[in-house]
Design a protein around this ligand. Sequence first.
Ligand SMILES: [Zn+2]
Length: 473
Amino acid sequence: MSSATSVIKLFNTLTRQEEEFQPIEAGRVRMYTCGPTVYDYAHIGNFRAFVFEDLLKRWLEHRGFQVTHVMNLTDVDDKTIKGSQQQGKPLREYTDFYAQAFFEDIKALNVKAATIYPRATDHIPEMVSLIKTLLQKGVAYRGEDGSVYFAISKFSEYGKLSHLRVQELKVGARVSQDEYAKEEAQDFALWKAWSCEDGNVFWETELGKGRPGWHIECSAMSMKYLGETFDIHCGGVDNMFPHHENEVAQSEAATGKPFVRYWMHNEHLLVEGKKMAKRLGNFYTLRDLLTKGLDPLAIRYLLLSTHYRQQFNFTFEALEAGKKAIERLANLQRRLLEANGKGGSGELDRLLTTVQRCFGDAMDDDLNVSVALASLFDFVRDVNNLLDESAISHEEATKVVAQIADFDKVLGVMPKPKEEILPAEAEVLIKKREDARKARDWKTADAARAQLKAMGIMVEDTAQGVRWKREKA
Ligand SMILES: [Zn+2]
């Protein structure tokens, strides 16, 4: 149900307030989300971000927007180079492996594919051109190490996204590594001159022999595919500084235009109440959880069920509750398929109107998913009660089934319907009937058919063999 009158409000990190979402082009949303650094398997903290972004995209689509979604793959940076060297593999071969693993993981979590997944190493010319512009404008300079740095003192708005005060910054000091803390805010590397640690990873360009810094790739690729100003940029809160702050500085200093209109950041994920860390034994990749036999859709449900701006505590107990919640939805769908009550009281229509409004209002309110889910499960309870009273007709049930399927287009948590499995007893009877027919023993065949009918299973003989279906209640 898309509504022409609904207004989506989103919390904008740039202004630190909820704002009405207005895309640059009516009906169209251009969004960029920082993708994985493909040097290892992604962990569930990473997936919290990817699932939040997926929920946002699905909600925008639900409200009728056409979304162009770009997610980059960071396949050259300090970590990928180090990892490939440790494994003694060429960089591309090493990153291809983890890129593939990432695609398998998001598929398991039912995350919808982005429109495009540009890779950093395929966009070196775009980055070089952007850096050249920054040099021409005098906001970048070449250090004595041969690398090109961005001069944060030359961009007066530096710090506006992460709300750093410029006087706290060490003007003129430089940092060459990709990741650093707020306290170390200083001129950062746009292009890193080749050093022996880079081994055989380098490009010969107008900027000299070297490789790009991490931050410039997201500026170059987002603007290439989405334009110099686009609607939404998402990422984990840990990327706000320095990564996103630097993206803003590079892009706006180069174009003189606002880079992004709405910045959205999801909060951290804790595991069993603690920050995830390998030494604490609470560090999980998605694969670790799937190997334990845990259901990927329950993991998805859990990751999206807490508001994205709240810290989220991942526990195995909550995962079990997530699984039960999905089962409640699936059980209701099954019951509805068999509903054949009186109906017509108007009660069901009232429930449908309420849940549509409550779910929609909550999601429009900066994706308040916990309230949306609460209204959905109130609805599930009330419909179950009506089913207990045989108060839902077949036609009414069909409407509810469609409504739940519509909500699930947003949530993406319900398992795809599998082919129904025949009880073993029925399978034996079908075989018995077939054998009897081949032997022209019509009496036995008819008896088997009658027994199947008593079980609610209809058999028919087709050119392709015996087909069966459940008799409608
Ligand atoms: Zn990025």
